[in-house]
Ligand binder design. Sequence first.
Ligand code: AMP
Ligand code: ZN
Length: 475
Amino acid sequence: MKIYNTLSRRKDEFVPLEPGKVKMYVCGPTVYNLIHIGNARPMIIFDTVRRYFEYKGYEVNFVSNFTDVDDKIIKKALEEHVESDVISKRYIEECKKDMEGMNVRPATKHPLATEEIFGMLEMIQTLIDKGHAYAAKDGTVYFRVKSFKDYGKLSHKNLDELQSGFREIKVTGEEGKEDPNDFVLWKPKKEGEPYWESAWCKGRPGWHIECSVMAKRYLGDQIDIHAGGEDLIFPHHENEIAQSEAANEKPFATYWMHNGFLTIDSQKMSKSLNNFFTVREIAEKYDLQVLRFFMLSAHYRSPLNFSEDLMEASKNGLDRILTAIERLGELEAKKGENAQTGEGTMKNEEAQAIKALQELTAKFEAAMEDDFNTADAVAALFEMVKLANISAKEESSALFVHTLKEEICRLCDVMGILTERKKEMLDEEIEQMIADRQQARKNKDFAQADAIRAKLSAMGIILEDTREGVKWKRA
Ligand code: AMP
Ligand code: ZN
Protein backbone atom coordinates (compact mmCIF):
# COMPACT_ATOMS: atom_id res chain seq x y z
CA MET A 1 0.00 0.00 0.00
CA LYS A 2 1.41 3.36 -0.98
CA ILE A 3 0.76 6.60 0.86
CA TYR A 4 1.83 10.06 -0.21
CA ASN A 5 3.92 11.30 2.69
CA THR A 6 4.25 15.08 3.09
CA LEU A 7 7.46 14.42 5.03
CA SER A 8 9.26 12.61 2.20
CA ARG A 9 7.29 14.32 -0.61
CA ARG A 10 6.68 11.02 -2.36
CA LYS A 11 4.49 7.97 -2.19
CA ASP A 12 5.99 5.63 0.42
CA GLU A 13 5.18 1.96 0.93
CA PHE A 14 3.15 1.55 4.10
CA VAL A 15 5.06 -0.37 6.78
CA PRO A 16 3.36 -0.30 10.19
CA LEU A 17 5.37 0.13 13.37
CA GLU A 18 3.71 -3.02 14.71
CA PRO A 19 2.59 -5.70 12.26
CA GLY A 20 -1.18 -5.76 11.77
CA LYS A 21 -1.78 -2.50 13.64
CA VAL A 22 -2.26 1.11 12.60
CA LYS A 23 -1.93 3.99 15.02
CA MET A 24 -3.53 7.04 13.53
CA TYR A 25 -4.09 10.59 14.78
CA VAL A 26 -6.26 13.13 12.97
CA CYS A 27 -6.46 16.76 14.09
CA GLY A 28 -10.08 17.54 14.84
CA PRO A 29 -12.11 20.75 14.79
CA THR A 30 -12.15 23.70 17.14
CA VAL A 31 -15.66 23.59 18.52
CA TYR A 32 -17.23 27.05 18.52
CA ASN A 33 -19.69 26.66 15.67
CA LEU A 34 -21.40 24.08 13.50
CA ILE A 35 -18.80 22.40 11.30
CA HIS A 36 -18.65 23.48 7.67
CA ILE A 37 -18.28 21.17 4.71
CA GLY A 38 -14.55 22.01 4.49
CA ASN A 39 -14.12 20.48 7.95
CA ALA A 40 -16.15 17.51 6.74
CA ARG A 41 -13.57 16.68 4.08
CA PRO A 42 -10.83 15.36 6.40
CA MET A 43 -13.49 13.60 8.49
CA ILE A 44 -14.84 11.67 5.51
CA ILE A 45 -11.45 11.04 3.91
CA PHE A 46 -9.64 9.75 6.97
CA ASP A 47 -12.66 7.71 8.03
CA THR A 48 -12.42 6.03 4.63
CA VAL A 49 -8.67 5.46 5.12
CA ARG A 50 -9.44 3.85 8.47
CA ARG A 51 -12.16 1.66 6.94
CA TYR A 52 -9.81 0.51 4.19
CA PHE A 53 -7.11 -0.51 6.68
CA GLU A 54 -9.75 -2.47 8.60
CA TYR A 55 -10.95 -4.11 5.40
CA LYS A 56 -7.35 -5.25 4.89
CA GLY A 57 -7.38 -6.80 8.35
CA TYR A 58 -5.50 -4.17 10.33
CA GLU A 59 -6.54 -3.21 13.82
CA VAL A 60 -6.79 0.58 13.74
CA ASN A 61 -6.43 2.76 16.80
CA PHE A 62 -7.89 6.05 15.60
CA VAL A 63 -7.60 9.16 17.76
CA SER A 64 -9.08 12.54 16.90
CA ASN A 65 -9.29 15.50 19.27
CA PHE A 66 -11.75 18.29 19.86
CA THR A 67 -10.02 21.61 20.58
CA ASP A 68 -12.26 22.92 23.35
CA VAL A 69 -10.17 25.81 24.65
CA ASP A 70 -9.40 28.54 22.16
CA ASP A 71 -9.82 32.29 21.60
CA LYS A 72 -12.83 31.81 19.34
CA ILE A 73 -14.65 29.63 21.87
CA ILE A 74 -13.93 32.15 24.63
CA LYS A 75 -15.17 35.02 22.45
CA LYS A 76 -18.43 33.25 21.71
CA ALA A 77 -18.90 32.38 25.40
CA LEU A 78 -18.46 36.06 26.33
CA GLU A 79 -20.98 37.05 23.67
CA GLU A 80 -23.53 34.58 25.02
CA HIS A 81 -22.67 35.25 28.69
CA VAL A 82 -22.00 31.58 29.39
CA GLU A 83 -18.98 29.53 30.44
CA SER A 84 -16.83 28.43 27.52
CA ASP A 85 -17.55 24.75 28.17
CA VAL A 86 -21.22 25.43 27.43
CA ILE A 87 -20.16 26.45 23.93
CA SER A 88 -17.68 23.63 23.38
CA LYS A 89 -20.01 20.91 24.72
CA ARG A 90 -22.84 22.19 22.53
CA TYR A 91 -20.76 22.10 19.35
CA ILE A 92 -19.13 18.76 20.13
CA GLU A 93 -22.63 17.26 20.32
CA GLU A 94 -23.64 18.99 17.08
CA CYS A 95 -20.46 17.80 15.39
CA LYS A 96 -21.16 14.23 16.46
CA LYS A 97 -24.64 14.45 14.91
CA ASP A 98 -23.14 15.63 11.62
CA MET A 99 -20.57 12.84 11.75
CA GLU A 100 -23.34 10.31 12.21
CA GLY A 101 -25.23 11.76 9.24
CA MET A 102 -22.11 11.42 7.08
CA ASN A 103 -21.56 7.88 8.42
CA VAL A 104 -18.20 8.91 9.88
CA ARG A 105 -17.55 6.46 12.68
CA PRO A 106 -16.62 7.81 16.11
CA ALA A 107 -12.88 7.62 16.78
CA THR A 108 -11.52 5.00 19.15
CA LYS A 109 -10.95 8.02 21.37
CA HIS A 110 -11.97 11.69 21.06
CA PRO A 111 -9.84 13.47 23.68
CA LEU A 112 -10.69 17.01 24.78
CA ALA A 113 -7.92 19.55 25.30
CA THR A 114 -9.36 20.66 28.65
CA GLU A 115 -9.13 17.10 29.97
CA GLU A 116 -5.48 16.69 29.05
CA ILE A 117 -3.95 19.73 30.78
CA PHE A 118 -1.93 17.61 33.20
CA GLY A 119 -0.17 15.82 30.35
CA MET A 120 0.54 19.16 28.69
CA LEU A 121 2.13 20.57 31.85
CA GLU A 122 4.24 17.44 32.07
CA MET A 123 5.45 17.63 28.46
CA ILE A 124 6.18 21.36 28.73
CA GLN A 125 8.26 20.71 31.86
CA THR A 126 10.17 17.95 30.03
CA LEU A 127 10.88 20.37 27.18
CA ILE A 128 12.16 22.99 29.65
CA ASP A 129 14.32 20.38 31.42
CA LYS A 130 15.83 19.33 28.12
CA GLY A 131 16.60 22.90 27.09
CA HIS A 132 13.96 23.01 24.33
CA ALA A 133 11.67 25.51 26.06
CA TYR A 134 11.90 28.48 28.40
CA ALA A 135 9.60 30.63 30.48
CA ALA A 136 9.60 34.38 29.87
CA LYS A 137 9.16 36.90 32.69
CA ASP A 138 5.39 37.09 32.31
CA GLY A 139 5.08 33.30 32.63
CA THR A 140 4.63 32.57 28.92
CA VAL A 141 6.49 29.39 27.97
CA TYR A 142 7.98 29.26 24.47
CA PHE A 143 9.44 26.42 22.45
CA ARG A 144 13.04 27.24 21.49
CA VAL A 145 12.89 26.47 17.79
CA LYS A 146 16.66 26.76 17.25
CA SER A 147 17.23 23.92 19.73
CA PHE A 148 15.49 21.46 17.41
CA LYS A 149 17.72 20.87 14.44
CA ASP A 150 15.05 19.25 12.27
CA TYR A 151 12.68 22.22 12.46
CA GLY A 152 11.14 22.74 9.03
CA LYS A 153 11.49 19.14 7.83
CA LEU A 154 7.77 18.67 7.23
CA SER A 155 6.94 21.97 5.57
CA HIS A 156 10.34 22.04 3.86
CA LYS A 157 11.02 25.52 5.11
CA ASN A 158 14.38 26.54 6.47
CA LEU A 159 14.87 28.70 9.49
CA ASP A 160 16.64 31.51 7.64
CA GLU A 161 13.70 31.85 5.29
CA LEU A 162 11.32 31.95 8.23
CA GLN A 163 13.56 34.42 10.00
CA SER A 164 13.48 36.93 7.18
CA GLY A 165 9.69 36.63 7.02
CA PHE A 166 9.50 37.65 10.67
CA ARG A 167 12.17 40.37 10.49
CA GLU A 168 10.17 43.47 11.20
CA ILE A 169 7.26 41.93 13.00
CA LYS A 170 7.06 42.70 16.68
CA VAL A 171 4.02 41.15 18.28
CA THR A 172 2.89 42.85 21.43
CA GLY A 173 2.85 40.52 24.38
CA GLU A 174 5.59 38.41 22.86
CA GLU A 175 8.56 40.56 23.86
CA GLY A 176 9.87 37.71 26.00
CA LYS A 177 10.69 35.60 22.95
CA GLU A 178 14.35 34.77 22.38
CA ASP A 179 13.67 34.33 18.69
CA PRO A 180 10.74 35.31 16.45
CA ASN A 181 10.27 31.67 15.35
CA ASP A 182 9.70 30.46 18.90
CA PHE A 183 6.11 29.47 19.54
CA VAL A 184 3.88 29.43 22.59
CA LEU A 185 3.42 26.32 24.73
CA TRP A 186 1.70 28.02 27.65
CA LYS A 187 0.32 31.54 28.05
CA PRO A 188 -0.93 33.68 30.93
CA LYS A 189 -4.68 34.02 31.37
CA LYS A 190 -6.51 37.18 30.48
CA GLU A 191 -9.47 38.57 32.37
CA GLY A 192 -12.54 36.35 32.08
CA GLU A 193 -10.73 33.44 30.44
CA PRO A 194 -10.60 29.85 31.66
CA TYR A 195 -7.24 29.04 33.24
CA TRP A 196 -5.25 26.37 35.03
CA GLU A 197 -2.53 26.60 37.67
CA SER A 198 1.01 25.89 36.50
CA ALA A 199 4.60 26.35 37.64
CA TRP A 200 4.92 29.38 35.34
CA CYS A 201 1.64 31.28 35.61
CA LYS A 202 -2.09 30.83 35.84
CA GLY A 203 -2.88 30.27 32.21
CA ARG A 204 -3.81 28.01 29.37
CA PRO A 205 -2.02 25.95 26.72
CA GLY A 206 -1.00 27.08 23.25
CA TRP A 207 -2.79 25.19 20.49
CA HIS A 208 -0.03 22.87 19.25
CA ILE A 209 0.86 21.12 22.49
CA GLU A 210 -2.49 19.33 22.86
CA CYS A 211 -2.01 17.08 19.84
CA SER A 212 1.53 16.02 20.86
CA VAL A 213 0.23 15.11 24.31
CA MET A 214 -2.92 13.30 23.18
CA ALA A 215 -1.07 11.30 20.55
CA LYS A 216 1.49 10.25 23.17
CA ARG A 217 -1.13 9.34 25.75
CA TYR A 218 -3.46 7.34 23.54
CA LEU A 219 -1.12 6.00 20.86
CA GLY A 220 2.42 6.18 22.23
CA ASP A 221 5.60 8.13 21.41
CA GLN A 222 5.61 6.84 17.85
CA ILE A 223 2.60 6.63 15.57
CA ASP A 224 2.05 5.42 12.02
CA ILE A 225 -0.11 8.14 10.48
CA HIS A 226 -0.75 11.73 11.41
CA ALA A 227 -3.33 13.55 9.31
CA GLY A 228 -5.28 16.75 8.77
CA GLY A 229 -5.99 19.44 6.21
CA GLU A 230 -3.07 20.90 4.27
CA ASP A 231 -3.34 24.23 6.12
CA LEU A 232 -2.08 22.39 9.20
CA ILE A 233 1.31 21.49 7.69
CA PHE A 234 2.75 24.77 8.89
CA PRO A 235 2.95 25.76 11.64
CA HIS A 236 0.73 23.25 13.48
CA HIS A 237 2.22 19.95 12.37
CA GLU A 238 5.75 21.32 12.14
CA ASN A 239 5.40 22.43 15.75
CA GLU A 240 3.89 19.12 16.82
CA ILE A 241 6.94 17.34 15.39
CA ALA A 242 9.29 19.71 17.23
CA GLN A 243 7.49 19.20 20.56
CA SER A 244 7.05 15.42 20.32
CA GLU A 245 10.48 14.58 18.95
CA ALA A 246 12.29 16.95 21.32
CA ALA A 247 10.39 15.57 24.33
CA ASN A 248 10.28 11.86 23.42
CA GLU A 249 13.59 11.67 21.49
CA LYS A 250 11.98 9.39 18.90
CA PRO A 251 10.60 10.01 15.42
CA PHE A 252 6.94 11.02 15.86
CA ALA A 253 4.78 9.93 12.89
CA THR A 254 6.02 7.80 10.00
CA TYR A 255 3.47 9.10 7.47
CA TRP A 256 2.00 12.59 7.30
CA MET A 257 -1.19 12.77 5.22
CA HIS A 258 -2.84 16.05 4.23
CA ASN A 259 -6.09 16.62 2.39
CA GLY A 260 -6.47 19.40 -0.13
CA PHE A 261 -8.91 22.20 0.43
CA LEU A 262 -12.55 22.29 -0.41
CA THR A 263 -13.10 25.48 -2.35
CA ILE A 264 -16.13 27.44 -3.41
CA ASP A 265 -16.02 29.42 -6.64
CA SER A 266 -12.37 28.29 -6.61
CA GLN A 267 -11.75 30.23 -3.41
CA LYS A 268 -10.74 28.63 -0.13
CA MET A 269 -13.85 27.88 1.91
CA SER A 270 -13.36 29.20 5.41
CA LYS A 271 -15.11 30.77 8.31
CA SER A 272 -12.93 33.85 8.11
CA LEU A 273 -13.94 34.53 4.48
CA ASN A 274 -17.56 33.79 5.35
CA ASN A 275 -18.03 31.77 2.18
CA PHE A 276 -18.89 28.42 3.67
CA PHE A 277 -21.83 26.07 4.00
CA THR A 278 -22.36 24.19 7.21
CA VAL A 279 -22.98 20.47 7.00
CA ARG A 280 -26.38 21.24 8.53
CA GLU A 281 -27.27 23.55 5.64
CA ILE A 282 -26.36 20.84 3.15
CA ALA A 283 -28.49 18.37 5.11
CA GLU A 284 -31.52 20.54 4.42
CA LYS A 285 -31.14 19.85 0.74
CA TYR A 286 -29.40 16.50 0.44
CA ASP A 287 -29.02 13.25 2.28
CA LEU A 288 -25.54 13.56 3.83
CA GLN A 289 -24.60 10.35 2.07
CA VAL A 290 -24.55 12.45 -1.09
CA LEU A 291 -22.00 14.78 0.54
CA ARG A 292 -19.88 11.79 1.46
CA PHE A 293 -20.07 10.42 -2.07
CA PHE A 294 -19.18 13.85 -3.47
CA MET A 295 -16.04 14.00 -1.31
CA LEU A 296 -14.99 10.52 -2.42
CA SER A 297 -15.40 11.36 -6.08
CA ALA A 298 -12.12 13.33 -6.09
CA HIS A 299 -8.62 12.46 -4.98
CA TYR A 300 -8.17 13.65 -1.40
CA ARG A 301 -5.02 15.67 -2.14
CA SER A 302 -6.59 17.66 -4.99
CA PRO A 303 -8.52 20.82 -4.34
CA LEU A 304 -12.21 20.13 -4.71
CA ASN A 305 -14.60 22.81 -5.81
CA PHE A 306 -18.05 22.61 -4.30
CA SER A 307 -20.92 23.18 -6.70
CA GLU A 308 -24.58 22.32 -7.07
CA ASP A 309 -23.81 20.56 -10.34
CA LEU A 310 -21.30 18.23 -8.75
CA MET A 311 -23.65 17.55 -5.85
CA GLU A 312 -26.44 16.69 -8.30
CA ALA A 313 -24.06 14.40 -10.19
CA SER A 314 -23.13 12.73 -6.89
CA LYS A 315 -26.78 12.33 -6.00
CA ASN A 316 -27.46 10.62 -9.31
CA GLY A 317 -24.36 8.46 -9.03
CA LEU A 318 -25.27 7.29 -5.56
CA ASP A 319 -28.82 6.65 -6.70
CA ARG A 320 -27.54 4.45 -9.52
CA ILE A 321 -25.65 2.27 -7.02
CA LEU A 322 -28.55 2.04 -4.56
CA THR A 323 -31.03 1.22 -7.33
CA ALA A 324 -28.80 -1.61 -8.56
CA ILE A 325 -28.51 -3.01 -5.04
CA GLU A 326 -32.30 -2.78 -4.60
CA ARG A 327 -32.89 -4.61 -7.86
CA LEU A 328 -30.46 -7.37 -6.86
CA GLY A 329 -32.25 -7.58 -3.51
CA GLU A 330 -35.61 -7.99 -5.27
CA LEU A 331 -34.25 -10.66 -7.59
CA GLU A 332 -32.75 -12.41 -4.61
CA ALA A 333 -36.01 -12.28 -2.67
CA LYS A 334 -37.89 -13.84 -5.60
CA LYS A 335 -35.53 -16.76 -5.56
CA GLY A 336 -36.51 -17.71 -2.04
CA GLU A 337 -34.54 -19.44 0.62
CA ASN A 338 -31.50 -20.56 -1.36
CA ALA A 339 -30.58 -16.98 -2.06
CA GLN A 340 -30.32 -16.12 1.62
CA THR A 341 -27.60 -18.67 2.19
CA GLY A 342 -26.06 -18.21 -1.21
CA GLU A 343 -26.49 -21.89 -2.02
CA GLY A 344 -26.99 -23.22 -5.49
CA THR A 345 -24.89 -23.58 -8.60
CA MET A 346 -23.85 -21.02 -11.15
CA LYS A 347 -24.15 -21.28 -14.87
CA ASN A 348 -21.17 -20.99 -17.13
CA GLU A 349 -21.74 -17.39 -18.25
CA GLU A 350 -22.32 -16.48 -14.64
CA ALA A 351 -18.94 -17.87 -13.67
CA GLN A 352 -17.46 -15.63 -16.38
CA ALA A 353 -19.23 -12.60 -14.96
CA ILE A 354 -17.97 -13.46 -11.48
CA LYS A 355 -14.45 -13.50 -12.86
CA ALA A 356 -15.03 -9.99 -14.23
CA LEU A 357 -16.41 -9.04 -10.82
CA GLN A 358 -13.25 -10.24 -9.11
CA GLU A 359 -11.14 -8.25 -11.53
CA LEU A 360 -13.12 -5.14 -10.61
CA THR A 361 -12.56 -5.81 -6.92
CA ALA A 362 -8.83 -6.01 -7.69
CA LYS A 363 -9.11 -2.72 -9.56
CA PHE A 364 -10.89 -1.14 -6.61
CA GLU A 365 -8.17 -2.34 -4.23
CA ALA A 366 -5.36 -1.23 -6.54
CA ALA A 367 -6.87 2.27 -6.63
CA MET A 368 -7.20 2.42 -2.86
CA GLU A 369 -3.66 1.14 -2.41
CA ASP A 370 -2.30 3.85 -4.66
CA ASP A 371 -2.53 6.61 -2.07
CA PHE A 372 -6.26 6.10 -1.50
CA ASN A 373 -7.40 7.07 -4.95
CA THR A 374 -11.09 7.01 -4.10
CA ALA A 375 -12.00 8.56 -7.46
CA ASP A 376 -10.72 5.48 -9.29
CA ALA A 377 -12.16 3.18 -6.63
CA VAL A 378 -15.60 4.73 -7.19
CA ALA A 379 -15.14 4.24 -10.94
CA ALA A 380 -14.51 0.51 -10.33
CA LEU A 381 -17.67 0.41 -8.21
CA PHE A 382 -19.67 1.93 -11.08
CA GLU A 383 -18.29 -0.70 -13.45
CA MET A 384 -19.48 -3.33 -11.01
CA VAL A 385 -22.94 -1.82 -10.95
CA LYS A 386 -23.00 -1.86 -14.74
CA LEU A 387 -21.94 -5.51 -14.77
CA ALA A 388 -24.68 -6.35 -12.28
CA ASN A 389 -27.33 -4.45 -14.25
CA ILE A 390 -26.45 -6.31 -17.41
CA SER A 391 -25.81 -9.81 -16.10
CA ALA A 392 -28.31 -10.30 -13.26
CA LYS A 393 -31.62 -11.45 -14.74
CA GLU A 394 -34.86 -13.13 -13.69
CA GLU A 395 -33.41 -16.48 -14.76
CA SER A 396 -30.04 -15.98 -12.99
CA SER A 397 -29.08 -18.43 -10.27
CA ALA A 398 -29.61 -17.45 -6.65
CA LEU A 399 -25.91 -17.80 -5.89
CA PHE A 400 -24.94 -15.46 -8.72
CA VAL A 401 -27.34 -12.69 -7.70
CA HIS A 402 -26.33 -13.07 -4.09
CA THR A 403 -22.60 -12.85 -4.91
CA LEU A 404 -23.05 -9.69 -6.99
CA LYS A 405 -25.06 -7.96 -4.31
CA GLU A 406 -22.75 -8.92 -1.47
CA GLU A 407 -19.66 -7.72 -3.33
CA ILE A 408 -21.13 -4.32 -4.22
CA CYS A 409 -22.33 -3.87 -0.63
CA ARG A 410 -18.96 -4.93 0.77
CA LEU A 411 -17.10 -2.30 -1.25
CA CYS A 412 -19.70 0.37 -0.46
CA ASP A 413 -19.12 -0.40 3.19
CA VAL A 414 -15.37 0.19 2.77
CA MET A 415 -16.21 3.66 1.47
CA GLY A 416 -18.72 4.23 4.27
CA ILE A 417 -21.64 4.35 1.84
CA LEU A 418 -24.85 3.07 3.37
CA THR A 419 -26.51 0.58 1.06
CA GLU A 420 -30.06 0.94 2.31
CA ARG A 421 -32.07 3.98 1.47
CA LYS A 422 -33.21 5.91 4.49
CA LYS A 423 -36.83 5.23 5.31
CA GLU A 424 -38.97 8.25 4.51
CA MET A 425 -40.55 9.65 7.63
CA LEU A 426 -44.33 9.53 7.77
CA ASP A 427 -46.22 12.83 8.00
CA GLU A 428 -47.60 11.87 11.42
CA GLU A 429 -44.11 11.20 12.77
CA ILE A 430 -42.92 14.59 11.57
CA GLU A 431 -45.94 16.35 13.03
CA GLN A 432 -45.42 14.64 16.37
CA MET A 433 -41.81 15.85 16.46
CA ILE A 434 -42.91 19.39 15.64
CA ALA A 435 -45.45 19.26 18.47
CA ASP A 436 -42.72 18.04 20.83
CA ARG A 437 -40.55 20.96 19.73
CA GLN A 438 -43.36 23.45 20.42
CA GLN A 439 -43.80 21.95 23.87
CA ALA A 440 -40.05 22.18 24.55
CA ARG A 441 -40.14 25.85 23.55
CA LYS A 442 -43.06 26.49 25.88
CA ASN A 443 -41.01 24.90 28.67
CA LYS A 444 -38.12 27.17 27.66
CA ASP A 445 -36.06 24.05 26.95
CA PHE A 446 -34.42 25.63 23.91
CA ALA A 447 -31.64 23.06 23.73
CA GLN A 448 -34.24 20.32 23.30
CA ALA A 449 -36.18 22.42 20.76
CA ASP A 450 -33.00 23.02 18.74
CA ALA A 451 -32.08 19.34 18.94
CA ILE A 452 -35.47 18.36 17.46
CA ARG A 453 -35.10 20.92 14.69
CA ALA A 454 -31.59 19.60 13.94
CA LYS A 455 -32.82 16.01 13.88
CA LEU A 456 -35.58 16.93 11.45
CA SER A 457 -33.15 18.89 9.31
CA ALA A 458 -30.74 15.95 9.20
CA MET A 459 -33.65 13.92 7.82
CA GLY A 460 -34.34 16.52 5.17
CA ILE A 461 -37.32 18.20 6.83
CA ILE A 462 -37.25 21.97 6.79
CA LEU A 463 -39.22 23.97 9.34
CA GLU A 464 -40.49 27.45 8.91
CA ASP A 465 -41.88 29.44 11.83
CA THR A 466 -44.72 31.57 10.48
CA ARG A 467 -47.44 33.69 12.08
CA GLU A 468 -49.91 30.89 11.45
CA GLY A 469 -47.66 28.39 13.22
CA VAL A 470 -44.94 26.02 12.14
CA LYS A 471 -44.92 24.92 8.52
CA TRP A 472 -42.76 22.13 7.20
CA LYS A 473 -41.63 20.74 3.88
CA ARG A 474 -39.40 17.98 2.61
CA ALA A 475 -36.09 19.12 1.10
P1 AMP B 1 -10.29 23.82 12.16
O1 AMP B 1 -11.53 23.70 13.01
O2 AMP B 1 -10.22 25.07 11.36
O3 AMP B 1 -9.04 23.56 12.99
O4 AMP B 1 -10.35 22.66 11.07
C1 AMP B 1 -10.52 21.28 11.34
C2 AMP B 1 -10.02 20.48 10.18
O5 AMP B 1 -10.68 20.84 8.95
C3 AMP B 1 -8.52 20.66 9.89
O6 AMP B 1 -7.96 19.40 9.53
C4 AMP B 1 -8.50 21.61 8.70
O7 AMP B 1 -7.35 21.48 7.93
C5 AMP B 1 -9.72 21.14 7.94
N1 AMP B 1 -10.28 22.14 7.02
C6 AMP B 1 -10.71 23.40 7.35
N2 AMP B 1 -11.19 24.03 6.26
C7 AMP B 1 -11.08 23.17 5.21
C8 AMP B 1 -11.41 23.24 3.81
N3 AMP B 1 -11.98 24.31 3.26
N4 AMP B 1 -11.14 22.15 3.03
C9 AMP B 1 -10.58 21.05 3.58
N5 AMP B 1 -10.25 20.92 4.87
C10 AMP B 1 -10.49 21.97 5.70
ZN1 ZN C 1 -3.32 18.84 15.80
